[in-house]
Design a protein around this ligand. Structure first.
Ligand code: C5P
Length: 421
């Protein structure tokens, strides 16, 4: 399975393992949670250690395992209060009768019961026990208390048990549990997006317009880009809840509402400012600028005088801004654009790979009705292979509507939602 690990890389799960034969399944559960990109720390009760060793979980989670409440070494590193604060979710799997009873009674005589009281994170328990113990009145009473206290109880499954009985009490398979955790965080992200916009809280940097490469103090090399697409995307990102910085080449467009605009002229200046923005923090970088591929090797200090029938100006290659940003170690989600006059899709897909982008939107500028100076556009969007997302055709529409569809595509890729249009 290939999955974009960055999606959940800022989510912290405490997997608490208690005494029960299902503890062996928890080792696989750590693997599956790690596959989804979660940071996992394991807490074990003494009972759990009779079934499986901390070393197993240490190796699988890549983090030290926490077993003691009053362990001077652990308290110096990450004690129970830090652990409680670190967690975005506490998943107790398997949850024994004893742990459930402790939670219900509010005891605090070991690490896990103390952690339960100290955390603000949601707590999920996946009870696993003999069917008679599950059905026992005190167990059911305690579980009701936990539900009343806001704990999410993952129902055990029915089937044959390690003790030879048949009935309710088996812990769900690790794959199912990991998927439930993943779905929970997906839904939480979706709820935030619905309330605050698709790019809520994201910092977006957009390059737009042409660059201007000076020949002498009065002349320059440039191109026909008007910056309309980049400005429309800036407006759409702002409406979607993002903090937007627009690095604009020389264009005569009004700054969209709520957008921070920084005017730049040459490709070198645009790159410098892009690097600076990266240092300030950037989640998504969208390169719509039509950056001049070459600049004048030596800009004349004074206006070049008319002389002779020919004038030779030597050009050197400009840096590729989007490719340079994509090479940085803490790179944002990278979106490129490709304007082509032939073999549009082939060239665009090639650029996606060559420039190490996450997504590329391409259009056919040979069509008179769309592209550069037009108010309309039509595009095809490609995603990097690891997203396993279908390409999307954005039908001819206003640049504002296309910008909105691009925001949706970025949001879907960021959340790794596989939903071809
Ligand atoms: O290679 P090409 O210019 O067709 O690639 C287009 C994409 O690369 C656009 O996203 C454009 O903004 C970006 N680009 C860049 N720096 C360059 C040239 C292109 O960021 N020097």
């Amino acid at each position: 399975m290939s999955f974009d690990l960055s999606v959940f890389s800022n989510k912290n799960i405490i997997l608490a393992v208690t005494g029960g034969i299902a503890a062996y399944k928890s080792a696989i559960l750590v693997r599956r949670l790690k596959d989804y990109g979660f940071n996992v720390r394991v807490v074990m009760t003494h009972g759990a250690q009779a079934f499986i060793t901390p070393l197993t979980f240490q190796a699988l989670s890549g983090n030290p395992v926490h077993t003691e409440l009053l362990d001077p070494e652990a308290e110096a590193g990450m004690g129970h209060i830090e652990l409680a604060r670190w967690a975005d979710l506490v998943l107790v799997a398997p949850a024994s009768c004893d742990t459930i009873a402790k939670f219900a009674a509010g005891l605090a005589d070991d690490l896990l019961s103390t952690l339960y009281l100290a955390t603000k994170a949601p707590v999920w328990v996946a009870p696993a026990m003999n069917q008679q113990m599950w059905a026992a009145k005190p167990t059911q009473r305690n579980l009701n208390t936990l539900v009343e206290d806001g704990v999410h109880v993952i129902m055990p499954e029915a089937g044959s048990q390690a003790c030879g009985d048949v009935g309710l009490g088996r812990m769900p398979e690790p794959e199912d549990l990991a998927e439930q955790v993943k779905n929970y965080f997906h839904q939480a992200q979706r709820a935030i997006a619905e309330k605050f916009g698709l790019l809520a809280g994201k910092r977006v940097v957009i390059t737009a317009g042409p660059t201007r490469e000076a020949i002498d103090p009065v002349r320059y090399i440039s191109n026909h880009s008007t910056g309309k697409m980049g400005f429309a995307i800036a407006a759409a990102c702002y409406s979607a809840g993002a903090k937007v910085t627009l690095l604009a080449g020389p264009v005569s467009l009004d700054t969209p509402n709520g957008v921070r605009r920084i005017n730049v002229s040459s490709a070198i200046k645009m790159l410098d400012e892009s690097m600076h923005q990266l240092e300030e923090g950037c989640d998504v970088f969208i390169a719509t600028a039509a950056v001049a591929d070459y600049r004048v090797a030596e800009v004349a200090e004074h206006k070049i005088k008319k002389a002779g029938d020919e004038l030779n100006v030597s050009l050197v290659k400009n840096p590729d801004i989007v490719a340079t940003i994509a090479q940085q170690s803490k790179r944002p989600f990278m979106v490129g654009f490709a304007a082509e006059t032939r073999n549009v899709e082939e060239y665009a897909a090639g650029k996606l790979v060559a420039k190490k982008l996450d997504m590329i939107a391409c259009n056919d500028v040979s069509r008179a009705d769309i592209g550069f100076a037009s108010d309309q556009n039509a595009m095809t969007v490609f995603f990097a292979e690891q997203y396993q997302m279908e390409k999307r055709d954005l039908e001819k529409a206003s640049k504002q509507e296309i910008a909105q569809q691009l925001v949706e595509a970025i949001h879907d890729a960021l959340n790794h939602k596989i939903e071809p249009v």
